[in-house]
Design a protein around this ligand. Sequence first.
Ligand SMILES: Cc1cc2nc3c(=O)[nH]c(=O)nc-3n(C[C@H](O)[C@H](O)[C@H](O)COP(=O)(O)OP(=O)(O)OC[C@H]3O[C@@H](n4cnc5c(N)ncnc54)[C@H](O)[C@@H]3O)c2cc1C
Length: 365
Amino acid sequence: VREGRVAVVGGGIFGVTAAHLVASTGAEVHLFEALDDILQGASGINQYRLHRGYHYPRSDSTAIASKESEASFRSLYGEAVMKVGEHLYGIAARDSKTSPKAFERFCERIGLSFEPCDSEVVRSEAIASLYKVEENLIDLTRLRDLCHRLMERSGVELHLNTPVMPTDLNEFDLVVNATYAGLNRLLPVQERRHYQFEICEKPVVRFPTSLRDMSVVILDGPFMCVDPLGDTGRSVLGNVVHAIHHTNVGEEPEVPDELQSLLNRGVVPDPPVTNYPLFLEAASEFLVGIEEAEHVGSMFTVRTVLPDVDATDERPTFVHRIDERMVTLFSGKIGTCVEAAQSVVGAFDVSRADRPAGAQGRSSV
Ligand SMILES: Cc1cc2nc3c(=O)[nH]c(=O)nc-3n(C[C@H](O)[C@H](O)[C@H](O)COP(=O)(O)OP(=O)(O)OC[C@H]3O[C@@H](n4cnc5c(N)ncnc54)[C@H](O)[C@@H]3O)c2cc1C
């Protein structure tokens, strides 16, 4: 990728990482982001878990991809990886799609260490078993800062507040489409795919004491999690059901009018639309002391997943070569962003070496 001008569209962690790695080969790279900073979309609004696999007892492939990609993520972004005081995974006593035995067998199969334990913050009557695990989180502030520094070092030219239309890309020799929920808008009609779009809420809370430095995840099904938000002293709540305000399957996300102005705005204090009371009620089934949480505000964004993966909860990352000029990046888990960016560099090297059309296609990271 040594010559020509490269456009990377989308300043999420996948676009930023691809831009940095492509620019590191000596190419002239322009990164375009519609919002006023990088990592303002899903990469800035999520549960911040650097997945090692524990979360995916129904998808060995996602668990393995998470586990195997961690080292490459750390090699670039290790400075932004944070350890929490205690990281617990509980198997719900009712309605769980996994059992303690199945979860333990899964961990052994994938090579994930775990230690059965008790905790005074988790209601023992609500869970079938509880495990202490080794898994980490991502500090968003440090990650964003690091991304800016890396791009400066590799010479990526960053264009913020710059939404890109397909015709804007004509002047570029190579294009990386890393727009996540917006992938189809930059593609020719015949290349568009259906995705499941979920308009999600992430409430941010402040805990008085006990839960402040803890991550707790309840598996496996319609349950909850709580994780510290960097070193802000705040935490983020997750709930598989109540996080989702609207879902559609199609080429583009449908955003209900009342949520439009809330999307990708960071923490919105006192949001006019919120499921926070439902998050709280569901969490109080599992956590002691959750009712003392203070709701600081909520974050809203679009999650994009493959349709029809509810049974496995699979979250693959794909690098898809559309033609000689364009590669799309569809992201599953954040930890795979460096491997995906390496595949992008590889895909462009293939196209420049004038390989036959058979080299075109999808690769799973
Ligand atoms: C609620 C939620 C919780 C999650 N929890 C986790 C988790 O704990 N761990 C994990 O690993 N993953 C998690 N994920 C998934 C993960 O956040 C995403 O897979 C990843 O962040 C997406 O990164 P991205 O760079 O592909 O997309 P984004 O971060 O969304 O970046 C795409 C960017 O493209 C920009 N854009 C779009 N169209 C255009 C255009 N035409 N012109 C210019 N710019 C454009 C957007 O503004 C956006 O900034 C979660 C996702 C959500 C939504």
